[in-house]
Design a protein. Structure first.
Length: 74
């Protein structure tokens, strides 16, 4: 993704107004989570090598207790 550095340099309000489909109702963590996602994209410019080195899909399930997604190992 080209221009990640430019997006990361913007203010939280700018990101909210330009990258949200519903900025009025986003949670307070929206900008923080978006920045984390953009850094992940920036750090994994070649996901076939860094994210999927074994060329296999990743499967996740939602933990009922915490609500977080957990990687399922097969």
């Amino acid at each position: 993704m080209r221009g990640v550095d430019l997006w990361l340099a913007q203010s939280d309000e700018f990101l909210l107004q330009h990258l949200s489909t519903s900025p009025e109702v986003e949670p307070p963590t929206f900008a923080m989570q978006l920045r984390s996602t953009l850094r992940y994209i920036q750090d994994n410019q070649f996901p076939a090598v860094t994210v999927f080195p074994d060329n296999r899909p990743h499967y996740y399930r939602r933990d009922e207790a915490s609500g977080c997604w957990q990687l399922v190992r097969y």
